[in-house]
Design a protein around this ligand. Structure first.
Ligand SMILES: [Mn+2]
Length: 321
């Protein structure tokens, strides 16, 4: 049995994610980071509040995703790599620390995250990022594609399409911006889990015209997970790697109440973990983020624990390759 070291702290009472060493060495295999950015808020269907504003809270205008990275770090101690290096039962009891060099690079702005991601891409590592709102994957994918350009699929778990054409730097138009900037092809965007009535006609029209693959929750209900995993794998055949972006609102709020835009009766966590596993058995993972987690709505850290578990699955995905 190895000795348990003194917990590496990021700042104050906040440990690093999985108690990985705190470092800025971007040549490692996995760079964990937080991007506590929350920008434009939604007042109602037709009104957006600008970044930095704190409007009166309504069911539409929930906020607090800027507090997510540190809240998830606190819960992640249950998955500490200090525990014998992290022996992953789900990956044939592989010792994670013997196979991968993992650091927590702390919290960054959008601009800082793009720079980190570019450096990480250049040395063939991956970023695992805790948002922030759903604009966060934009600089990460941009940076990764600048550092290591390749044909990249973005596998998105979200109850919303986020295919609005504008404003370009908003957590509702990030995929269109990435497509328009030429970093990703629309046919390489896969959106799993849309449900509910918070959708727009122009988004679904864009998806159909440009061959974005959309797998609504209803299709998963009808077919089960296995055919859906095959459909995702078949779309991944033509790409070099897959970047996974998880909006926590795809999860049933009973498993994670800490959501900016909750919607009842969503996916259960193990369905999502299975889809992530199957996708990353098909092609290598080139990055992961988890967004729209709002800890002020959490209950007894159960949402934060689940968020940490999803980030751990991204480590497993890298381990499998
Ligand atoms: Mn969403």
């Amino acid at each position: 049995m190895s000795e348990r070291g003194v917990a590496p702290m990021l700042h104050g009472e906040i440990p690093t994610l999985f108690e990985a060493p705190h470092s800025q060495d971007y040549t490692k295999d996995i760079i964990l980071l937080g991007v506590p950015h929350e920008g434009i808020l939604v007042a109602d269907r037709h009104t957006l509040y600008p970044p930095g504003s704190r409007p009166p809270e309504t069911f539409y205008a929930r906020f607090g995703a800027d507090k997510a990275p540190d809240a998830i770090r606190q819960a992640s101690v249950i998955y500490s790599l200090e525990h014998e290096g992290g022996i992953a039962a789900e990956v044939d009891f592989t010792n994670i620390s013997e196979r991968l060099k993992i650091i927590d690079a702390g919290n960054h702005t959008l601009e800082g995250a793009e720079d980190v991601s570019e450096q990480v891409g250049r040395s063939d590592g991956i970023t695992i990022t805790l948002g922030g709102d759903h604009l966060v994957p934009l600089p990460l994918i941009r940076g990764k594609q600048k550092g290591k350009p390749e044909r990249l699929s973005v596998l998105i778990f979200d109850s919303h399409l986020d295919l609005h054409p504008s404003p370009p730097l908003w957590a509702g138009s990030q995929w269109r911006t990435l497509i328009d900037e030429g970093y990703v092809r629309p046919e390489d965007i896969i959106i799993v889990g849309p449900r509910g009535v918070r959708q727009s006609n122009h988004e679904i029209e864009y998806a159909r015209e440009h061959n974005v693959l959309i797998i609504p929750l209803r299709q998963i209900d009808d077919q089960g997970i296995s055919p859906v995993c095959k459909q995702i794998a078949s779309r991944l055949q033509s790409v070099d790697s897959v970047y996974i972006s998880l909006d926590i609102d795809v999860v049933d709020p009973n498993f994670c109440p800490a959501q900016k835009y909750p919607d009842a009766a969503g996916l259960n966590p193990r369905e999502i973990l299975t889809m992530i596993r199957k996708a990353t058995e098909t092609v290598p993972i080139s990055g992961f983020d988890l967004c729209c987690f709002s800890p002020r709505y959490d209950e007894g850290q159960r949402g934060a624990l689940l968020a940490a578990r999803f980030a751990l699955e991204a480590i497993y995905a890298r381990l499998r390759h």
